[in-house]
Structures are given as C-alpha cells and as structure tokens.
Design a protein around this ligand. Structure first.
Ligand code: AR6
Length: 174
C-alpha cells in the first residue's frame, strides 16, 4: 500500500487521456451528454457511450452511475451530477459533497482502485472553485482514511489556475 499522501494526486491535463480504472464525468440529469468535460468524454469515448447512457434512465443530482469507457484508456466512467450554483443556499455544498461520496462508493462497489475526478460543478454549473475544492478534498480524504481498496485518486485540473487552487487547498486543509 502506498503512503497515504501518495494516494491523492493533482495534475493539469485532459481527463480523457488518463489510464485509470475509472474517470468521473461531470454530467447532467439526463446523462445524454453536454458541453465541458461531459462533451469531451462523449467525443473521446465514441457513440457507444451514448447508447449505454440512454439505457441508464438519467441520474439525480448528487448521485452516481457507472458505464463502460469504450474508446477511452480508462475502464469505466462514473457519471455524477453536480449542483448548479444558485448562490449557496440551495443545498449546493451538500449536493456536491454527495457527488464525491457516491462516486467513491460506486468505485468501491465496482472494485475500482484508481479514480480521476474533474472539478465537478466548477465550469458551466458555476460553483465557486475554492469552495468546491475544499469540499472535494475533504470528502475524498475522509473516504480514503476508511478505505484501503482505493489506491489512488487524481484531481484533474483543466488549467493552471485550477491547479493552483487544488495545490493550496491540499497544502492548507489536510
Ligand atoms: N478534462 C478535465 N477537466 C475538464 C475537461 C477535460 N477534458 N473539460 C472541462 N474540464 P464542466 P459542470 C473542467 O462545465 O460545471 C455539461 O454541459 C472545466 O474546466 O464540464 O459540472 C454537462 O452536461 C471545469 O473546471 O462541468 C452539464 O450540463 C470542470 O471540468 C454541465 O456541463 C467542470 O466543468 C455540468 O457543469
């Protein structure tokens, strides 16, 4: 087993390039694709992904559902639906925390050992990046403490600004 701190990593890049057991998709309730990372994942995985997603009956905000990854180097995609930011008084923090927890539970149930997350809700859904990052890091950290099966969690940042937010949250909150 790797040292605990080696189990949480951050990197700047495109999540569709990662060869991990599961990448996480920041999807919408329909699970039928969209813009942002969702669009990138569907484009890279190919049309078979949409065929499978059509049979999944959507996904509630805060929940997570797993599919195959088709043409991606990953084995699975775990789709989760983050909250749309509406000012912070509409349960957004709790719903975002639920996305991370339910995704980790889904990973556990499917014997996934390595998972890569994008910054759920931080793009089109408008969640303030620092607040979202604190939630992401705390939920994943708390989960990993009680779980040996998941060996590595990667937070994938799409640009340098997001990378430095994750870096400072990791340096200060845990
Ligand atoms: N790899 C890693 N991160 C990425 C990539 C990528 N290829 N592309 C974008 N990001 P967003 P949301 C980052 O908007 O806010 C879709 O239409 C991006 O810079 O993808 O949860 C869905 O269908 C940002 O930091 O997801 C929903 O309707 C983060 O991923 C809606 O957008 C999340 O941005 C979900 O919005």
């Amino acid at each position: 087993m790797a040292d605990f701190w080696d189990r949480i990593q951050i990197l700047e890049g495109d999540i569709t390039d990662l060869k991990v057991d599961a990448i996480v998709n920041a999807a919408n309730n329909s699970l039928l694709g969209g813009g942002g990372v969702d669009g990138a994942i569907h484009r890279a995985a190919g049309p078979e992904l949409l065929d499978e997603c059509r049979k999944m009956n959507g996904c509630e905000t805060g929940a997570a559902k797993i599919s195959g990854a088709y043409r991606l180097p990953a084995r699975y995609i775990i789709h989760t639906v983050g909250p749309v930011w509406q000012g912070g008084n509409h349960n957004e923090p709790e719903l975002l925390a639920a996305c991370y927890r339910n995704t980790m539970l889904c990973a556990l149930e499917n014997e996934v050992k390595t998972v890569a997350f994008p910054a759920i809700s931080c793009g089109i859904y408008g969640f303030p990046a620092e607040r979202a990052t604190v939630i992401a890091v705390n939920e994943v950290y708390g989960f990993l403490i009680g779980c040996d099966q998941i060996e590595r969690v990667v937070f994938v940042c799409f640009n340098t600004e997001m990378l430095s937010i994750y870096q400072s949250v990791l340096d200060t909150t845990i």
